[in-house]
Design a protein around this ligand. Structure first.
Ligand code: ADP
Length: 167
């Protein structure tokens, strides 16, 4: 699972802005289109504890202000948590999602197509960077995050049409 050239699983969250804006279907379609297979899915309204578990190092990386902004944002409405599977699913999902700051995210990516917030504007205005989707940054992160969101019994093994073209 730690080899980006092998079949991997990655954690994706449709953040509260994606759900509230009614973009769930369009965002999910991007992953479906790339033949990433959904092996787990759940709608969750995050609480303080789950936020801390998921973003365990965010406060250390960005400081308490950004952490608190993000925590409030992530708890402002339900999120949809998914585990996606495919060859190099971790880098593949990141490529589909695009760069962290939507103003820098390329057209064709979810963040580039559905938002335009910049880091500077967010920081100057006390806003969270609402960028629609989370996708695990690397294979180690993916393994940890999948464990935070799902039990082993909630991860499904099933055949899908894509496998005709990927195995
Ligand atoms: P990514 O989600 O692309 O892996 P990070 O792990 O660096 O990016 O950041 C986690 C999330 O925190 C980002 O997706 C974004 O929603 C939010 N964020 C990052 N930087 C800032 C910031 N300066 N101000 C507000 N929110 C931020």
């Amino acid at each position: 699972m730690s080899d980006d050239s092998a079949v991997q699983r990655t954690l994706v969250l449709l953040k509260p802005d994606a759900v509230a804006r009614g973009l769930t279907g369009r965002v999910l379609a991007r992953f479906d289109d790339a033949l990433l297979k959904i092996v787990a899915a759940r709608m969750v309204w995050m609480d303080a504890e789950l936020t801390r578990q998921h973003y365990f190092d965010l406060e250390e990386r960005f400081g308490p202000e950004v952490y608190n902004l993000m925590a409030r944002f992530m708890q402002s409405g339900p999120v949809i948590a998914l585990v996606l599977e495919g060859i190099g699913a971790v880098p593949c999902a990141r490529k589909i999602v695009g760069s962290t700051y939507p103003d820098q995210a390329a057209p064709g990516t979810i963040r580039g197509d559905f938002a335009h917030m910049s880091r500077a504007y967010a920081n100057a205005s006390g806003l969270p960077v609402a960028n629609l989707v989370h996708a695990s940054g690397n294979a180690t992160e993916a393994e940890r995050e999948i464990g935070v969101w799902f039990t082993k019994a909630e991860l499904f093994d099933y055949p899908c049409a894509a496998q005709r073209f990927t195995s």
